[in-house]
Design a protein around this ligand. Sequence first.
Ligand code: F6R
Length: 242
Amino acid sequence: MDVTIFDGPDESAMALAQRVADTLRRRPAAVLGLATGRSPVAAYAELRRMSAGGEVDFSQASTFNLDEFAGVGATHPGSFRRFMNEHLFDGVALDPERIHFLNGVAADLDAECERYEHEIDAAGGMDLLILGIGANGHIGFNEPGDQLVSRTHRVRLHEVTRCDNAALFGGNIDSVPREALSMGIGTILRAREIALIATGERKARCVERAVRGFLTTRLPASFLQTHAHVELFLDRAAAALL
Ligand code: F6R
């Protein structure tokens, strides 16, 4: 993996935003995979700023977000769709038709996961996928366990993950859905390029295991070692154990 260590979270975010902007300059109709969570927020803010200043153009790009909570509609305040509207979509000139999201309130959630896989394929696959990493080593909502699922699928969220997402649901863990829909490990690894951002000491242990550890379903991010083009954007704290 191609690891770059920055002084702090702001520098990591600026570099990630530049990486996305460079992709769009080279390939204006790029298909981007996007993560929610705290890690990419500053990079998204920088992309909004760059877009307002004409430094980056999203008008021909397509996006696919990694995951969404089950039972949560696009307009729900806790939805990842609303999070993305606030942090990126409302501030860049993306064509709404080319924003793709899992529908957490689809009547048949398994069929919804299949639909999403087909949509990614129909778009030609993802050119660049932005990832965060959970402190337990999850990527997307592929949680550690005895097995991993390759394709987009329904997942049961771990308590620590529900806790980490409580802020989206008024700080109340009981309001965080127990299930989500997520791209699978195979879906993630099919992206042509992957850029993972991790900052803060809380991520140091899982980053170290993802980069240097054994491949194990107990640390889903370890499977990124099998991908030919993964870049890690780390700050000093997240890289402390490397
Ligand atoms: C978000 C996602 C998750 C987060 C991870 C890190 O779409 O799929 O894997 O990237 O939980 O979250 P933060 O960045 O909040 O630490």
